[in-house]
Structures are given as structure tokens and as C-alpha cells.
Design a protein around this ligand. Structure first.
Ligand code: NAP
Length: 256
């Protein structure tokens, strides 16, 4: 899919910097492209998809935006600290962090390997803690910043076969609200976006029939539709008064 057309020239995001984790493909790629189109300089984090990350940067530049890529395993404290240092050295600021990187290691609890529990918690929850802590100092010092955590509707409703994933994503809700409370007095907002079932590599193998039956809008969502919610939460002043919230992008799957 081609990146959205750039409207960067009229944007309050001009000169601002957004770091998107896991942005080489899937939802992360769509978020990177949407933020670049909004005027942010985007740092495209990836762990293994080097070629794909280069293609995201090239697509953003071809659309008139600015981006560069940085490899880091976001579950690794040393690599996360080095990534944020690299952003600050090159750009001198960091305005938006999107914690998007995530994995699944599905299986029924009775047979779930401890390693599959741990790797999902390490990346999907501890990775968000590490990235948030690393950007918190410059953001609090600047008295401005937006942190957007990509959770999931399974954090709200649970899902058989995803105890590790839903626990990590539910943990993100607590982390989002606690960080929102902690950072609010310094002008830094923290929100979560909870996608339902979105077309990506992560959902490619799933049996679609029972899923579609549970979605009032009757279809899977697109990465661009998740990116639209993230772009809104990053927008200034549109989302400046929103913090500690969870925005569901799920076709009406979970109504509360
Ligand atoms: P995806 O297509 O499987 O992509 C996963 C992304 O995470 C890739 O960019 C991958 O980068 C990155 N990643 C994996 N391990 C990493 C690590 N150690 N360090 C840094 N990045 C790492 O998944 P997706 O569907 O786009 O999902 C994106 C986010 O949305 C995830 O947090 C997921 O839980 C959430 N979500 C997805 C859905 C859905 O239906 N798809 C629904 C709800 C929530 P590399 O390729 O470089 O490894």
C-alpha cells in the first residue's frame, strides 16, 4: 500500500521527532508512515527486518517525509538506552514514542512453555517499560511528550490460548494509567490504542470465520486504521487533553 500523502507543510508536527518500535512491517509501518505524513521525523525501529525498515524509510522519503532506521531489540535494556541516546544525539529531541513492537507465542496454558510465557512478557510488557523509562527523562525535562502504547482488545476480554499475550497487554493498561498519572504534571500524556483483529503477519494464519462473526462491522481492520488513531493521539493540540485512556480500534468487537 502506498504511504498516505504528506500534509507535513501545514503541520504542528514539523520539526518534531517520533520513535516507533517494530516499524519495519505491519501496524508499525503504517504508524511510521502516518506520523511522517503528519510532519514528524520518524525513527523506524526494527529488530530483524533490516531490508523492510529501509523500504519504510525510502517510502516515507519518496512521499516527502523524513525518516531513518535504527536496529534495537526493545526487550534489551542496553540496546534501548543506546537507541534513545542515538535519537537524542541526531535529532536533539524526542516528542513521541509509539510502543508498537509485539509478538505472540500462543498455546493453551496447561502446555505453555515457560520460555513462551517469558518471551512475550519480556517484549510486550518489559520492552514498553524500558522504552518508556528511556524517553521519560528527555520528555519530562522538555515538559512535553506523547507516549502511545499498542495493546489489544484481548487485554480487555481475555482469549483462550493467549494467556501470555493477554496478560502482557493487560499489564500495559496498568502501565499506561500509572505513567499517565506520573507524567501529567510535566505535560507528557500516555495513552493506549487497543486494536481488535487487524490484517497483518500476526493474524495471517488465523481462522477468519469465527473472528468475523464476532465483529459488528463484519470485517478485519487495516493497519492504516490503527495508525489513524495513533496519529490523532500524537496530534497537537487535538489530543493534548487526553491522557490515561484506551482507544479501541476493533470494529465494535468489545463495547464497554
Ligand atoms: P507483526 O506484523 O507480527 O509485526 C511485529 C513487529 O514487532 C515487527 O515490526 C517486528 O520487527 C517487531 N518486533 C518483534 N520483536 C521485536 C524486538 N525484540 N524488538 C523490536 N521490534 C520487535 O505484528 P502487527 O500485527 O503489526 O502488530 C503490531 C502491534 O500491534 C503489536 O504490539 C501487536 O501485539 C499489536 N496488535 C496487533 C493486532 C493484529 O490483529 N494484528 C491486534 C491487536 C494488537 P522485526 O520484523 O524487525 O522483528
Amino acid at each position: 500500500m502506498p504511504p498516505p500523502p504528506s500534509d507535513a507543510s501545514h503541520s504542528s508536527a514539523q520539526g518534531k521527532v517520533a520513535l516507533v518500535t517494530g516499524a519495519g512491517r505491519g501496524i508499525g509501518r503504517a504508524i511510521a508512515e502516518a506520523l511522517a505524513a503528519a510532519g514528524f521525523t520518524v525513527v523506524v525501529n526494527y529488530a530483524s527486518s533490516e531490508q523492510a525498515a529501509s523500504e519504510v524509510v525510502a517510502a516515507i522519503e519518496a512521499a516527502g517525509g523524513q525518516a531513518w532506521s535504527h536496529r534495537a531489540d526493545v526487550a534489551d535494556e542496553v540496546q534501548v538506552e543506546a537507541m534513545v541516546r542515538a535519537v537524542l544525539e541526531r535529532e536533539g529531541r524526542i516528542d513521541v514514542l509509539v510502543n508498537n513492537a509485539g509478538i505472540t507465542r500462543d498455546g493453551l496454558l496447561m502446555r505453555m512453555k515457560t520460555a513462551d510465557w517469558q518471551s512475550v512478557i519480556d517484549l510486550n510488557l518489559t520492552g514498553v517499560f524500558l522504552c518508556t523509562r528511556a524517553v521519560s527523562k528527555p520528555m519530562l525535562k522538555a515538559r512535553s511528550g506523547r507516549i502511545i502504547n499498542i495493546t489489544s482488545v484481548v487485554a480487555l476480554m481475555g482469549n483462550a490460548g493467549q494467556a501470555n499475550y493477554s496478560a502482557a497487554k493487560a499489564g500495559l493498561l496498568g502501565l499506561t494509567r500509572s505513567n499517565a498519572a506520573e507524567f501529567a504534571s510535566r505535560g507528557v500524556t500516555v495513552n493506549a490504542v487497543a486494536p481488535g483483529f487487524i490484517e497483518s503477519d500476526m493474524t495471517a494464519e488465523l481462522d477468519k470465520e469465527p473472528i468475523l462473526a464476532a465483529i459488528p462491522l463484519g470485517r478485519m481492520g487495516s493497519a492504516a486504521e490503527v495508525a489513524g488513531a495513533v496519529r490523532f493521539l500524537a496530534a497537537d493540540p487535538a489530543a493534548a487533553y487526553i491522557t490515561g485512556q484506551v482507544l479501541q480500534v476493533d470494529g465494535g468487537m468489545v463495547m464497554r
